[in-house]
Design a protein. Structure first.
Length: 145
């Protein structure tokens, strides 16, 4: 062993250097390795992607359910209009449209005979557009004379 002096502040302090002190001593450091951090980030990225996909699907579903509900209300209103008016509908089909909630709703009304000559079966099928392709709802009911 040999004596070594080093300066700390303004004082000279003796220190003993041994063979083991020349080797770098690795202290136990707390923290995460790069691999652990990358695995955690991968899991977070996949989770966030799934969460965004789910929220987008829910937004679409909410909009679609709103459309179906409004279309059903239009069908109920049209059937009620026939019931409260004294006009007895003729057998056959009729196309029309109704404006509700700042949207034009297109419908096809199908009227059929029943066993009772004083009653008719009326079916409204509502569509989103003028092309009558996207069926949103169908409502059947009866009207009497």
């Amino acid at each position: 062993m040999r004596d070594v002096f080093y300066k700390v502040s303004d004082k000279v302090m003796p220190d003993k250097i041994t063979m083991s002190s020349r080797m770098p001593v690795r202290k136990h450091l707390s923290g995460f390795t790069l691999l652990e951090v990358m695995v955690a980030l991968t899991i977070i990225a996949i989770s966030l992607g799934a969460l965004l996909n789910t929220s987008g699907t829910q937004a679409y579903s909410a909009s679609y359910l709103k459309q179906k509900t409004l279309a059903h209300w239009v069908a109920v209103n049209e059937l009620t209009q026939i019931r409260i008016s004294k006009d007895f509908p003729d057998v056959g089909g009729k196309k029309g449209s109704t404006k509700m909630a700042n949207h034009e709703w297109y419908w096809i009304r199908t009227t059929k005979k029943t066993e009772d000559d004083n009653a008719r079966q009326i079916t409204f099928t509502l569509y989103d557009g003028k092309d009558y392709e996207k069926n949103l709802t169908t409502l059947s009911g009866y009207a009497n004379r």
